[in-house]
Write a protein that binds this ligand. Structure first.
Ligand code: HAM
Length: 422
């Protein structure tokens, strides 16, 4: 008896031809990271559960409701990573990177896992690309990572993405702000949802990002963090804004942005699309400073700032704008007579070895069916090989998207393809 399986809910298969958008996205991302001197790190998809509890925070939805947590065979509590900052910081500390490289710039690409309610642009396995810069507390570093994000969005030719900016203060000014916020929220306790009532005292900032309309109405009147910044945090925030102005990076201030993770201090930001393709899942990226985190996780006192973007969401935007890398082969080799099959396969093999993208239908079949397949493959040229071509040692290179055919020696097809690419 055979049995059919479906993929896990919320986890997508990325298949051709849609994968072309992902290749485009990844290539542009790596190229942008290279220009900024960021180097790739790959950390495991599974980490100690306690790492996420300590960094992302016990009271966040991510840790409280969305992690895939399980015990391994030795009884250790492990979790699929819901994000990559925690893993990057863990690796940074574990390998004493600060000793070798006082200013460290990293990037990553990979799948993350959150057990979220699914909808367009929100999945349970999703992909992030992100950057983390360790070792500089300077406002210029905040500006650099934001500039990197904006240049990446430009390289992808994504228009209409808005940058929102905020500062969440630090250990000096945040406690007073949280006290004022808690007092305000207490006064409106009965208007808050059950979740927010429960977390109000332990984690009042989380109320700010609750999506419940009743909670949002209360939040609209809440004290603003940017009114409560200490002098040092205000100076830092002003300097970040001046640096962004100097880079001609447009932004909008949003003093109610709390971000859904606990580790942030000072600058926070989000990249928001207004495209219909994403509905309410319109955050294509977000990030900020997390200066105390490296020390809190047992490392040296090293400041850091970074962001992550949701690749699935960006892929949706790219698909909507019709942007794709041309992915068809340069040449389709069709076989007119069975006697030519072997020579055709050898020709394809040699051209492939020489670096050309070549397709051939290994099932053989009628010339008509092969030509149909050639059309569908998006090949630029087709070459038909039959007895006549075998005898003369010559064949026609026929453009599939219109244009005149040219005759070439079978031994010179590679040169003809190369000349075409120049
Ligand atoms: P985050 O805001 O939780 O931040 O996620 C960053 C981006 O990942 C979001 O803006 C969104 O585009 C995408 N994303 C999040 N959840 C999903 C989902 N369920 N489905 C599809 N896309 C999703 C972080 O993860 C931080 N680690 C960013 C950071 C890096 N902060 C400092 N360094």
């Amino acid at each position: 008896m055979s049995q059919r399986f479906s993929g896990v809910k919320g986890m997508n298969d990325l298949l051709p031809p849609d994968i072309a958008v992902w290749h485009f996205l990844e290539a542009r991302a790596r190229e942008t990271f290279r220009r900024f001197g960021y180097q790739e790190v790959r950390t495991p998809v599974v980490e100690d559960t306690a790492l996420f509890r300590r960094s992302v925070g016990e009271e966040t939805d991510i840790v409280g409701k969305e992690m895939y947590t399980f015990a391994d065979r030795a009884g250790r509590s492990l979790s699929l990573r819901p994000e990559n900052t925690a893993g990057a910081v863990r690796a940074y500390i574990e390998h004493s990177i600060h000793v070798r490289e006082p200013l460290t710039r990293w990037y990553y690409l990979g799948p993350m896992f959150r057990y979220e309610r699914m909808k367009t642009g929100r999945y349970r396995q999703f992909w992030q690309m992100g950057v983390e810069a360790f070792g500089s507390a300077a406002p210029a570093q905040d500006a650099e990572v934001i500039d990197l994000g904006l240049q990446l969005l430009d390289a992808l030719q994504l228009r209409g993405v808005k940058l929102e900016l905020n500062s969440l203060g630090d250990a000096t000014c945040r406690p007073d702000y949280l006290e004022a916020l808690t007092a305000y929220l207490q006064a409106h306790r009965s208007e808050l949802c059950a979740d927010c009532q429960a977390r109000l005292d332990r984690s009042p900032l989380r109320v700010l990002d609750c999506k419940n309309p009743g909670c949002q109405a209360v939040v609209a009147g809440a004290p603003l963090v940017t009114d409560a910044l200490c002098d040092a945090c205000r100076d830092h925030f002003d300097a970040v804004r001046r640096a962004l102005d100097a880079l001609r990076a447009p932004y909008v201030l949003n003093p109610r942005m709390a971000r859904g993770l606990d580790y942030y201090t000072r600058t926070t930001f989000e990249f928001l699309a207004d495209a219909e393709a994403l509905g309410t899942a319109n955050a294509v990226g977000g990030g900020g400073r997390y200066d105390p985190l490296v020390k809190e996780l047992g490392g040296p006192d090293v400041p850091a700032v970074g962001w992550a973007m949701g690749m699935d969401r960006i892929a949706l935007l790219l698909a909507e704008s019709g942007r794709q890398e041309g992915s068809g082969p340069e040449l389709f080799v069709a076989v007119a007579d069975a006697a030519a099959a072997e020579r055709a396969l050898r020709l394809a093999s040699e051209l492939r070895r020489a670096g050309h993208a070549v397709d051939i239908d290994t099932r053989g079949g009628s010339l008509k069916s092969q030509m149909k397949r050639a059309d569908k493959s998006g090949a630029a040229l087709v070459l038909v090989l039959g007895e006549r071509e075998l005898q003369s040692g010559e064949a026609e290179l026929r453009p599939l998207q219109g244009g005149e055919p040219t005759r070439v020696l079978l031994d010179a097809v590679g040169e003809a393809l190369a000349a075409r690419a120049r």
